[in-house]
Design a protein around this ligand. Structure first.
Ligand code: ADP
Ligand code: ASP
Ligand code: MG
Length: 408
C-alpha cells in the first residue's frame, strides 16, 4: 500500500463533470489499495473572479481580507469533490487549510508554510477515508487565513506529501507533463520524461507556470518524488528528479519565457561610487523586486542604468526612479512595458561552451534585437520586444534541436 498525494488544478475541476471525472480517478487510485490525499484548486477562473471583485471595492484592499476572500474558491471544490467521491461509494472528507493545520507565516497573499500537523489526516487515512484538502491556503499563528501566492495549490500538495512522507506527489493538470517549452505557444514542444529539480526550479522562476516555484523548492528540499501528469488522459507524465551522473544531459532542456516584466532606464547619471545603491536602494525599500540589471558607462563619464521589475510594480518603480533622477541630476527616465524575457535552461550548459553565441545567432537570423542579457551556470536569459516572443521561442526551439527531442 502506498500513500499518494494527488493535486488537481483549476481546469481539471472546472465544472461538475470534471469534478466527477477527478472523483473517478481518485477512487481508482484508492481501489488499488492506496491511501490518497487530494489537494484541489478553485474552479478555473474563480480566483481571478474573486480578485476582480476585491478590486471593484478597493484598489488596495487590506491583505487580510483579500486572503479571506480569495481562499473561498478552494472551499467550494473540496466540498464538491468529497460529495462526488462519497456518491461513488468512496468515503471522503474535506478540510480547509486551517482545519488541517497548515501553519504559515503572516505574509498575506504570499505566505510560506512553516508546519503541518499531519495527525488528523493520518487518522482519516487509517480509517479508510480519502482526505480532500483545499490548496493555496493556510493560517498564521493567530488563526488568520493566509494564501500562498498564485498557483499555490502545487505547494500545498508538495508540503502535504513532505509532511506525510508520501510515496509520490502527483500534480494533475491540463497538459500531460513538463514540456521543452509551453506547448500552447510552440506546437512542436516535446514532453520531457524527466527533468532535474534544479532545471525545473529555473524553468518555474523564469516564467513556466506549470509548477509554482515554491513547490519545486519544497520538493527538492524534502526529497518528495514529484510527477506532473494529465487529469484527462493516462500516461507517465514527467518525473522531477535529482541529477543523475550516469545520464547524458542535453545541453538545453527547456525554454521558459516571462511576459510579466517591464524595463526601466535612468539615463545620464553621474558615474560615481554608490550610484547603483542610490538608484536601487529606494526601489528595494518600496518592496519592489528587481530582476535583470545592466549598467553602461558613456564616454562623458555618465552612466545609463537599466533594470527590470514585475509589470505590476512598473508605475510605482517609475515614480521612485523619477525622484532619484532629480536628486542625482540624471538626464532622463524611460520605461517600456512591452518586453518579454526568454530563457534557455539546461544543466548540460555547464559543460558546453558556445550556447550563448548559438542563442544570439538564432535570434539574429530572425532579426530579433536583444535588449538585455543575463547568464548563470544553467541558464541564459534575453529581453526582447514582446512582439517577438513566439518567433523567438520557436527559433530557439529549432536551433537547439528541441523539436526533435525524443519523447522518452
Ligand atoms: P493548473 O490549473 O492545473 O495548476 P496551470 O495553468 O497552472 O495549471 O499550469 C499548466 C499550464 O502550464 C499548461 O496549460 C501550459 O500552458 C503551461 N506551461 C508553461 N510552460 C510549460 C511547460 N514547459 N510544460 C508544460 N506546460 C507549461
Ligand atoms: N486558485 C489559486 C490560483 O488560481 C491557486 C492554484 O490554483 O494553485 O492561483
Ligand atoms: Mg497551477
Amino acid at each position: 500500500m502506498a500513500l499518494i498525494v494527488q493535486k488537481y488544478g483549476g481546469t481539471s475541476v472546472g465544472d461538475v463533470e470534471r469534478i466527477q471525472n477527478v472523483a473517478r480517478r481518485v477512487k481508482a487510485t484508492a481501489d488499488e489499495g492506496n491511501q490518497v490525499v487530494v489537494v484541489v484548486s478553485a474552479m478555473s477562473g474563480e480566483t481571478n473572479r474573486l480578485i476582480d471583485l476585491a478590486h471593484q471595492i478597493s484598489e488596495s484592499p487590506e491583505l487580510r481580507e483579500y486572503d479571506v476572500l480569495v481562499s473561498t474558491g478552494e472551499q467550494v471544490t473540496i466540498a464538491l469533490l468529497s460529495m462526488a467521491l462519497n456518491k461513488l461509494g468512496c468515503p471522503a472528507r474535506s478540510y480547509t487549510g486551517a482545519q488541517v493545520h497548515i501553519l504559515t507565516d503572516s505574509s498575506h497573499t504570499k505566505a510560506r508554510i512553516l508546519d503541518i500537523d499531519d495527525q488528523p489526516v493520518r487518522t482519516d487515512l487509517e480509517s479508510g477515508r480519502v482526505v480532500v484538502v483545499a490548496g493555496f491556503q493556510g493560517k498564521d499563528e493567530n488563526g488568520n487565513i493566509t494564501t500562498l501566492g498564485r498557483g499555490g495549490s502545487d505547494t500545498t500538495a508538495v508540503a502535504m506529501a513532505a509532511a506525510l512522507k508520501a510515496d509520490e506527489c502527483q500534480i494533475y493538470t491540463d497538459v500531460d507533463g513538463v514540456y521543452t517549452t509551453d506547448p500552447r505557444v510552440v506546437s512542436t514542444a516535446k514532453r520531457l520524461e524527466r527533468i532535474t529539480f534544479e532545471e525545473m526550479l529555473e524553468m518555474a522562476s523564469l516564467g513556466s507556470k506549470v509548477l509554482q516555484i515554491r513547490s519545486v523548492e519544497f520538493a527538492g528540499k524534502y526529497n518528495v518524488p514529484l510527477r506532473v501528469l494529465s487529469s484527462f488522459e493516462d500516461g507517465p507524465g514527467t518525473l522531477i528528479t535529482y541529477e543523475d551522473d550516469q545520464m547524458e544531459q542535453p545541453v538545453i532542456s527547456g525554454i521558459a519565457f516571462n511576459r510579466d516584466e517591464a524595463k526601466l532606464t535612468i539615463l545620464g547619471v553621474p558615474d560615481q561610487p554608490g550610484v547603483a545603491y542610490k538608484i536601487l536602494g529606494p526601489i528595494g525599500e518600496a518592496n519592489v523586486e528587481v530582476d535583470m540589471i545592466i549598467q553602461n558607462v558613456a564616454a562623458d563619464s555618465t552612466t545609463d542604468f537599466t533594470f527590470t521589475v514585475h509589470r505590476n510594480d512598473f508605475e510605482k518603480a517609475k515614480t521612485i526612479l523619477q525622484n532619484v533622477a532629480n536628486e542625482l541630476g540624471a538626464r532622463e527616465v524611460t520605461g517600456d512595458t512591452s518586453i518579454v524575457k526568454i530563457s534557455l535552461v539546461g544543466v548540460g550548459m555547464r559543460s558546453h561552451a558556445g550556447v550563448a553565441s548559438n542563442m544570439f545567432q538564432a535570434l539574429a537570423r530572425e532579426s530579433i534585437n536583444i535588449q538585455m542579457i543575463s547568464t548563470s551556470e544553467i541558464k541564459i536569459s534575453v529581453v526582447v520586444d514582446e512582439k517577438y516572443l513566439e518567433l523567438g521561442v520557436r527559433a530557439l526551439h529549432t536551433a537547439f534541436n528541441l523539436d526533435q527531442a525524443p519523447a522518452a
